[in-house]
Design a protein around this ligand. Sequence first.
Ligand SMILES: Cc1cc2nc3c(=O)[nH]c(=O)nc-3n(C[C@H](O)[C@H](O)[C@H](O)COP(=O)(O)OP(=O)(O)OC[C@H]3O[C@@H](n4cnc5c(N)ncnc54)[C@H](O)[C@@H]3O)c2cc1C
Length: 638
Amino acid sequence: MKLESKVPPGPLAEKWTRYKREQKLISPANKSKYTVIVVGTGLAGASAAASLAELGYKVLSFCFQDSPRRAHSIAAQGGINAAKNYRNDGDSVYRLFYDTIKGGDFRSREANVYRLAEVSVNIIDQCVAQGVPFAREYGGLLDTRSFGGAQLQRTFYCRGQTGQQLLLGAYQALSRQIGLGQVKMFPRCEMLDLVVVDGKARGIVTRHLETGKIQSFSADAVVLATGGYSNVFYLSTNANGCNVSATYRAYKRGAFFANPCFTQIHPTCIPVSGDHQSKLTLMSESLRNDGRVWVPRNKADVGKHPNEIPEDARDYYLERKYPSFGNLAPRDISSRAAKEVCDDGRGVGPGGRGVYLDFADAIRRQGKARIEEKYGNLFQMYERITAEDAYTRPMRIYPALHYTMGGLWVNYELMSNLPGLFVIGEANFSDHGANRLGASALMQGLADGYFILPYTLTNWLADQKPGVTPLDHPEFKRVEAEATQRIKKLLSIKGKKTANELHRELGHVMWEYVGMARSRAGLETAIQRIRELREEFWSNVCVPGSDADLNVALERANRVSDYMEFGELLALDALRREESCGGHFRVEYQTPDGEALRDDANFCHVAAWEYAGPDREPIRNIEPLEFEVVKPTVRSYK
Ligand SMILES: Cc1cc2nc3c(=O)[nH]c(=O)nc-3n(C[C@H](O)[C@H](O)[C@H](O)COP(=O)(O)OP(=O)(O)OC[C@H]3O[C@@H](n4cnc5c(N)ncnc54)[C@H](O)[C@@H]3O)c2cc1C
């Protein structure tokens, strides 16, 4: 199938302005005749729901948490990028665009990324107006710091709690519209399926997590803002509830899933400490502004207390290998470098799977109080988890699954190939290509919700006659019945393993064969193992309790059942992409010094997977990526 990106014609820097100039409008009186469903209340969903309601649309907003403000976005720590150039250090829209395209290893759409950089400046103004307490300098201006993959300071932040503060801003905007009756909020409501009528997305089927009630909702358009799928790896930095269900089920109803193998492994997480863990904890990339990454130069020193290892016996490997970017080399590159030194037997801590992140120099130079001011909550979190004081000995960190660049395919208007289904935030395949730069996810989520969707959705709705499909339409009834049946089936198996146990086994397979280093043989093994696990899941999962009240085991099993299928799609995508780029590292394709080796001649495209039915291999569609302004080059941070 030919994928229409709908990128407007004209020079790159004028495309978005031109789009807005030419977009169709709907009069204020008519906007209230349209209903829009927004699933998700993270930064993308909350900002979209609030903005659409402010425009005058009727909005139905859904999340599975008890409050919209508990969405996973609240966990974001380090900051949000914007090309404001407040520091006068040479930033510009073009430079943010270029860094993002290069950071993604030239696997994203130029026009989308340029637009993202363009609207980044509006986001900061919007959030300041909402009262988001960004860090300020002595003179009162907003402060910025560095993040990976950039040689300037464009990251705005609120200590180590940027996501929380931004989400409170978006939540206030959403609450205002709930108060005005323009948004109807449905917390504790999990989307189970998408309803497609006559080829268009027309509604969703949900389950209320406290009463178990299965219910349908109908709308003129559906927006998915349901976040990423890192938890397919079981252990990740994501909140436990994050899941792929909404997007995966939309995929099974016809929406294409793009680049599922583009997953991000973050270099600075607290290392795994044992099998008891249900999640991992991120230590924000912002720490690499002041922390220096090292391991002992000699294997013989790995067991020593770090403070006893003299300076000349340390290997500051990022500074050594990437002198221009040093400790702020991008995530994919820093993660692989950490793996390399650990594989070499120089990793520290349990199992040799850790490297040091050391603040001694920064504390000497700036004083403990300044470091505490900048990162206090992160040091506290580290101490609570490891019982170690990072002010007096280096942190131990190791890469972990963190973010997913893949997601449902969308065109320039953020609409999927299914008319009426829009996808925003981490849930779409987005603007980050094969690797996301730090502080760019918050930027993208808020750009989509506040500044892009309100235009593009209006443009689409303007051609649609308002009026929702009645809920007694046979398609709603059919999808509702299927969702109910699936829940009943999960409860009826009464096997011997919990969904959690099976999920953990899936996670082991994913991490081992589809993690930081992937090979043909490993990916084929993974696909085989996932199929076996899926079979075991459907014959041996044990889901206690009933479907008529709060049942956390049932919620979990339902989400894990999707991971059991989606894991295979991810591995298949990794198998078919016979190149290395960004976070997708195939050991067969690397340069002599171990860097990712792209194959632009054969893989400069988006792979958009089309569901072909149960037990049939999905179809790999392609959207070629055309670079008019930037010339894809070998990505170097040396
Ligand atoms: C620890 C951590 C720190 C981070 N720090 C940064 C940072 O400093 N800077 C940065 O740019 N990025 C950061 N990120 C990434 C960033 O936080 C996320 O990419 C971003 O917040 C995702 O926002 P979202 O709105 O797309 O989705 P989310 O915030 O994940 O929201 C998803 C929403 O969808 C709802 N939902 C999901 N499935 C369903 C369903 N089936 N039915 C109903 N509702 C559903 C949920 O209830 C939730 O409301 C960090 C990520 C982590 C894990």
